[in-house]
Design a protein around this ligand. Sequence first.
Ligand code: MN
Length: 548
Amino acid sequence: MNLADIADAVKSYHPNADLDIIWGAYIYSAKAHQNQHRRSGAAYISHPLEVAFNLTRLRVDEQTIAAGLLHDTIEDTLLTAEELRRFFGEEIYRLVEGVTKISQIQFSSKEESQAENYRKMILAMSEDIRVVLIKLADRAHNIKTLGSLNSDDQQRIARETLDIFVPIANRLGIGWMKDELEDGAFMYMMPDEHESIRVELASGQNLRESYVEKVRAILENELMASGITGKVVGRSKHLYGIHKKMEQQGIKFDDLYDLTGLRILTTSLKDCYAVLGQVHSLWKPIPGRFKDYIAMPKPNLYQSLHTAVIGPEGERVEVQIRTETMHRVCEEGIAAHWQYKEGKKLKNQSMDQQLTWVRHLLETHKELKNPKEFISSFKVDLFSKEVYVFTPEGRVIPLQRGSTPVDFAYAVHTDIGDHCAAAKVNGKIVSLQYKLKNGDRVEIKTTKTQKPNRHWLSFVKTSKARGKILHFINSVEKEKSLSLGMALLHKSLAEYEVDPSEFLQGKVFDETLRSSGFANLESLVRNIGLGKVSTHQLIDKFLPREKN
Ligand code: MN
């Protein structure tokens, strides 16, 4: 891979791209990484080049390609963020900084619920979807070069890829990237299964290919005869896809019948259904295997018709039918929605399009069956109302945006909130009013003497913290008015030379209390404490009868 390949790739989809930015970034990156090597021994610059090439497959703009070339400079070289900003401007600087921030997240938890929080955190932290794309392109190269790492790192990175990055690639609809990440991780997570599927696939490869070629020729002739323009291509399932299918359906490799299938790409939506009719009239469809993802797109906007038929020689054949445009959307996902109008991208267009795309995604999803998970995991992107921070142990705690260390403390545990005395964020002491940022590592110092106070109510954000603080304040005030009321009552009774226990346990007192509107003695005494009931009036009421 060299820069000329990358420049050519960019030119092919964005003819007026400013290649100077890309060359400048390359020269800068090569210099910064000079004398550095990958674990494999290769010169370090080979990595940013591969990442940039992956990015061209997502058809991103020249700023993103440049940022891809520079993505490891802040973290791994002497180049400072300030220099980067000065040389390449705000936009590229922000992209590189975003990738650096994500790279510094440590994915330490193994719980599935935490994986979802990590994914949300990445999307929320990125603020610009291009940051996520660079991170994915980075991971797509790293997963292919795991071989030279030690086995602990291999396991960790493979796991992290499956748990965090594959679902993100999938949500963004980038089919090829999802498949590559899955296969790369699969090889290290389950080396035996990976190898056995690889060998089995290879052994039947020629037979399958010649069969697919036969079916392909028949279909192509049929299309031509009916005057439909379309491309018929063979397709093969990726290894991890095969593994998942075997697992989910509990079947052996030999029982899989969709290892290879055919895909027909048409030029219009109408043709999709016409072609489907042709396929079904040529070969008998297998019941229950037809799916119309054109009328009912998948959450990530994937659209296609799926069917399976009994083809020539009684073999089962899977067929997918979709338009060229739909095909681009399911391979490139979000990237398929970028346009370079008149060869030049309009200012801010990418952000606008991102928003349109995400909105479209949310709207489409409303009609789908289980929109909750998908929407809640996507909405954090760009419109985030939440902020994701770490406990010292590496758990991710989601909080409302604008939350403070006090909110964090209550989210972790009521006791920690109630005794929260000081806070450290990323190792530095901050005020309790500090506004938490995505990725902050928060540490709370508690003391036994610390108690919640009214002032906290002026800055806490979460209803949990607010509720707990109010609860504490109310119970303290209740306590105070009770003891004050009791003291006042005792004092007045002493003035009348009445024995308090005799007075309070007297029958008449009991009856009068009940008819006076107070639920019990405690509420009467509390009202004395609050100054709402006068002890003298109270005693006068009872005294003549009691004393006599
Ligand atoms: Mn990297």
